[in-house]
Design a protein around this ligand. Structure first.
Ligand SMILES: Nc1ncnc2c1ncn2[C@@H]1O[C@H](COP(=O)(O)OP(=O)(O)OP(=O)(O)O)[C@@H](O)[C@H]1O
Ligand SMILES: [Mg+2]
Length: 259
């Protein structure tokens, strides 16, 4: 039972990694809740959800009745008095859509005052993050928004493991360092770099030298199969075996899978 967050610069492979990790954890007997925290939701496609199924996923922030029932306030209301600890234990079972053992939820975007607002929607999301984990053999994997603007105290407090995906590129390393520093500040002790789209020894060296003091959980090669999977709306888990093996190594390294 773990709460995993996947972060990094835009386009580095957060969604690809999250999708493959989700299926590997299902393979190992976990019940996996995959949370697409990006308002620009793409995790369903990366998981190869049939489009009819993907269309059924209602973003949590759009469940106005549920939010009102549980927090006692209407979405869009800021400040004021409402329950800061709404009941969410039944939310995953009732509102996720499952495919091949992965239960997918989408957050959607919080309107108005932004991610840090004291509003009922945000309270629901935070409660969901914090309470989702409470059962045995359940894993939550959260595909985060690019960058670090959404890495707030509320959500991060529940995170056990932070994977920061990087690619061979200066900006991605800069963003990774910022995320790692913030993660540590927020009290996340288990922070791992995952190098993706690696083409050569030179790429490896660039990443190692560019991230002093950070631990690398694994190296995922640049893969034509991963690109092909994306173009065919297929799951990388099915179409890119070399990538899958490397993601498996990462999960073993982070103690999420037995070796
Ligand atoms: N190892 C890889 N080799 C080649 N291409 C890859 C690899 N990993 C991911 N990609 C490709 O890179 C693109 C971005 O991947 P992905 O959507 O997973 O990144 P992301 O970090 O989630 O992006 P965003 O910030 O937009 O959410 C996709 O087209 C994907 O197929
Ligand atoms: Mg993504």
């Amino acid at each position: 039972m773990a709460k995993i967050a996947v972060s990094g610069k835009g386009g580095v492979g957060k969604t690809m990694f999250s999708s493959v990790a989700a299926y590997l954890l299902v393979e190992a007997g976990q019940t996996v809740y995959a949370i697409d925290a990006d308002p620009n939701a793409t995790l369903a496609m990366a998981l190869g959800f049939p489009s009819e199924l993907a269309e059924q996923v209602v973003p949590i922030v759009e469940m106005e009745e549920l939010i009102q029932e549980r927090t006692g306030a209407r979405p869009g209301e800021y400040g004021g008095y409402f329950s800061l600890n709404p009941r969410v234990d039944d939310v995953p079972a009732r509102f996720s859509v499952a495919h091949r053992g992965v239960h997918l939820m989408q957050m959607g975007s919080i309107r108005g005052a932004g991610a840090g607002c004291a509003c009922p929607e945000n309270t629901m999301l935070r409660a969901l993050m914090t309470h989702l984990l409470l059962r045995e053999r359940e894993t939550v994997i959260m595909d985060m928004v690019a960058g670090l603007e959404h890495l707030g105290r509320g959500t991060a407090s529940a995170v056990d493991i932070m994977f920061i995906i990087v690619e061979p590129g200066r900006r991605s390393l800069d963003v990774a360092q910022d995320i790692a520093a913030l993660s540590t500040e927020l009290g996340i002790t288990n922070v791992w770099i995952v190098a993706n789209k690696v083409r050569s020894e030179r790429d490896r060296q660039f990443i190692t030298e560019g991230l002093p003091g950070l631990q690398v959980a694994g190296w995922i090669p640049f893969s034509e199969d991963a690109i092909e999977a994306d173009m065919n709306e297929a799951a990388a888990y099915d179409a890119a075996p070399t990538v899958v093996e490397k993601v498996r190594h990462v999960l073993v390294k982070a103690n999420l899978l037995p070796s």
